[in-house]
Design a protein around this ligand. Structure first.
Ligand SMILES: Cc1ncc(COP(=O)(O)O)c(C=O)c1O
Length: 403
């Protein structure tokens, strides 16, 4: 019956990167590949979730209090006037909120602009909805929005722009000027924007997260998506949301009900506690992540990787492999796993657009630093040892190149 599988399912096949993930599990590598924390979730959240289970919150559920708190937060942080009764869909993570939003607005052949490099799941969702992803390259080394390339990417089929800021994989936080360019174009071309703001509270130095919806004239056409996953270190709880003007939110809610019916009931209850965390919680979050970021930057620099862009937000460093090493991203990561027992993600999986320099997509490696001090220290020690031995550069250690 395999021949009868849908065309869409055939496109969603494991990538070579997933093969590396298997290799890393086989050798028991330290996981700096995937973007989930290996440290405990905050104790007050775990207690709230346990209490919700004890109180028998076991059935389908919509916890309106989440929308009430989020509406308040959006007013406080972004000056947005949001109706908690009509403007939200509580979903199973940002992932489901994003899918439901895409299904709510995309018809066959509609084009959706995505900045490149990009988090991989957007493309799959858009294709499942029979839309067409159109990638707009950001300019390295600082992943700057290129206004000309962006404006030229619009056609009369462009239905939406996806904006992920703070950004996976680069750690870029889009600045006010760039957001104004995006806003102006979307208004002119009468497009939606779907934002992915899962790293909204994880920003560094003087960088501030600005929600695109807060720019003049943008709230009407913006679907904000976010979740508890990253801010509260609970990626497995699967609580997220979409926030949009009432008629759009209603369409998203209707689709969400058919997709999953409701997000996990006990974790919705715990979300009430998470979302009312004190300001101290958010300042510690930034402080702790800044220490982790600086530690991994030092580790990677000592190892000889180039940090051409210091993360402004998110939990990732997109490090560059020196040209003189003559290693592709796949070779580098394969060697790092097999010789040092440390796993990262080859950058090529995040790129979708062509370039004049074909080697450029094969020069980046993404490291996730949402890991405990012990994990980061152990990874640093292993990498230090490897760098000292220089074994990883020897041809006999090099595995078959992947090109
Ligand atoms: C940019 C981005 N958006 C969304 C997600 C997934 O969010 P959620 O767990 O809320 O589905 C991730 C997870 O890595 C991510 O990096």
């Amino acid at each position: 019956m395999e021949a009868k599988l849908s065309e869409a399912s055939r496109r969603v096949t494991p990538s070579p990167i997933q093969e590396l993930s298997k290799l890393s599990q086989r050798v028991g590598a330290i996981n700096l590949a995937e973007g989930f924390p290996d440290f405990p979730a905050p104790a007050h959240l775990k207690a709230a979730a346990a209490a919700a289970i004890a109180a028998d919150h076991n059935q389908y559920r919509h916890v309106q209090g989440i929308c009430d708190i989020l509406a308040e937060t959006m007013r406080r942080d972004h000056g947005l006037d949001v109706d908690p009764l009509t403007d939200f869909a509580i979903c199973c993570g940002q992932s489901e909120a994003f899918s439901a939003a895409i299904f709510a607005i995309i018809d066959q052949g509609d084009e959706v602009l995505i900045f490149d490099p990009a988090f991989e799941t957007y493309q799959t969702c858009i294709e499942l909805a029979r839309g067409v992803p159109v990638y707009v390259p950001l300019d390295p080394p600082s992943w700057t929005l290129n206004e000309d390339k962006f404006l030229k990417s619009f056609t009369n089929r462009t239905k939406a722009v996806v904006l992920n800021s703070p950004h996976n994989p680069t750690g870029k936080v889009f600045g006010k000027e760039e957001l104004l360019i995006i806003a102006q174009a979307c208004k002119k071309m009468d497009c939606f924007v779907i934002t992915d703001e899962v790293y909204e509270y994880i920003t560094y130095d003087e960088n501030k997260h600005i929600s695109l919806a807060s720019l003049p004239g943008m709230q009407d056409r913006t679907i904000i998506t976010s979740s508890l996953s990253k801010t509260y270190s609970v990626t497995g709880w699967r609580i997220g949301w979409a926030c949009a003007p009432a008629n759009i939110a209603s369409a998203i809610r209707n689709i969400h009900v058919k997709l999953t019916d409701s997000a996990p009931a006990p974790f919705q209850e715990a979300a009430l506690v998470a979302l009312t965390s004190t300001p101290d919680f958010y300042s510690s979050l930034k402080k702790d992540y800044t220490v982790r970021r600086d530690y991994i930057l030092q580790t990677l620099t000592d190892f000889g990787l180039r940090i051409s862009f210091k993360p402004q937000g998110s939990i990732f460093v997109f490090a560059e492999i020196s040209r003189s090493w003559q290693l592709s991203d796949m070779d580098f990561v394969t060697n790092l796993i097999t010789s040092a027992g440390v796993a990262a993600v080859p950058g090529r999986g995040f790129f979708h657009t062509g370039t004049d320099d074909p080697s450029y997509h094969h020069r980046y490696v993404r490291f996730a630093f949402c890991k405990s001090d012990d994990t980061l220290k152990a990874a640093a020690q292993r990498m230090q040892k490897l760098a000292g031995s220089e074994a990883w550069m020897r041809p006999d250690v090099l595995t078959r190149p992947h090109h």
